[in-house]
Design a protein around this ligand. Structure first.
Ligand code: FAD
Length: 282
């Protein structure tokens, strides 16, 4: 972390249309002005967006000069696929990866040659040594498929032992869940930085859908306020900005090593929070 400024990063997804690509170009240019430590680009398991990730990652890194990390999910993949992908990234000066298991796309039944993300991290280290900085996912409110909090923590530790350098969390709106998770990690001997994932609030229905799927809890008081705004997007955004800025302030004040924004390919919600937090690099 340079000086007292926390590291922060922005996540995008690969757009499918020409219009989406143009919007992303404008978003990445605006966010690049904030000098984040890195950008990252998600990856769709089983084919939907996987081919676009490479193209978008290399384009962003070249056009902005900011380190850009592809997400790689291993479900439905073979060692050969992953090895090829790693070689392509290496040959294109990419040195940072977010390594995930991913979720089985609907309709697919074969999990492929990797079952869990720790196997992917191990494979990346075997194939490429220390070339890549490897991020993994962490779940302060626990992964929805975890059989118990203790097992989930033990499984998180497997990824660290396999060679992860740092972690990004699933988003959450309850700071206690994050700090309690950090305490449990420390007790388990996990010392890598664990950066909170931050989801700005701009659309209640979309957020509720995502949260149900990924196991992130929207506290009742937030849900009730958002429900009451109905289709009033301006009020939803203003309330969301307040809530998420307050959460980020608390996280940073209590020692979170940085913030990773899930941008949904939009700049304004993250920029608004970033400005309120006064995160400019000195
Ligand atoms: P894992 O760490 O493998 O864990 C998955 C589940 O299996 C957990 O319940 C864990 O407790 C259990 N488990 C792990 N190891 C073992 C083991 N050895 N034995 C038994 N159980 C085990 N998804 C995408 O498809 N594309 C993306 O780009 C993407 N980006 C993401 C970025 C971040 C920061 C986060 C937090 C999530 C992202 N996801 C993405 C979603 C992620 O793929 C899903 O949450 C997925 O269900 C789990 O991935 P994981 O890497 O955490 O899996």
């Amino acid at each position: 972390m340079p000086g007292n400024t926390p590291d922060f990063s922005f996540e995008f997804f690969p757009p499918k249309t020409a219009d989406g690509k143009a919007k992303l170009r404008s978003t990445q240019a605006k966010l690049a002005q904030l000098k984040p430590r890195f950008f990252s680009v998600t990856f769709g398991a089983g084919g939907s967006t996987r081919d676009h990730t490479f193209e978008i990652v290399t384009d962003i890194q070249q056009s902005t000069g900011i380190e850009t990390a592809p997400h790689i999910s291993c479900i439905c993949s073979t060692r050969e696929n992953i090895s090829e992908m790693l070689a392509n990234y290496r040959n294109n000066d990419i040195r940072h990866i977010v390594a995930l298991r991913g979720d089985m796309p609907s309709g697919m039944v074969e999990a492929g040659e990797f079952r869990y993300a720790n196997e992917l991290v191990e494979f990346i280290r075997e194939e490429t040594g220390d070339h890549f900085h490897i991020e993994v996912a962490a779940y302060p409110e626990y992964h929805p498929q975890a059989s118990s909090p203790d097992r989930d923590l033990a499984n998180f530790k497997r990824k660290v032992v396999a060679g992860a350098n740092s972690a990004i969390t699933q988003y959450f709106y309850n700071a206690d869940a994050y700090f309690r998770f950090l305490e449990r990690c420390e007790k388990a001997g996990i010392t890598i930085p664990i950066v909170p994932g931050v989801m700005p609030i701009t659309n209640y229905h979309q957020l509720a859908r995502f949260s149900d799927a990924c196991g992130a809890e929207i506290p009742r008081w937030i849900r009730k306020r958002l429900e009451a705004y109905g289709e009033d997007t301006t009020s939803i955004c203003a309330f969301g900005e307040d809530v998420v800025t307050g959460l980020c302030e608390q996280l940073l004040a209590q020692g979170a090593p940085g913030l990773h924004f899930y941008t949904m390919n939009r700049s304004s919600p993250s920029v608004a929070i970033w400005k309120k937090l006064g995160l400019s690099k000195k």
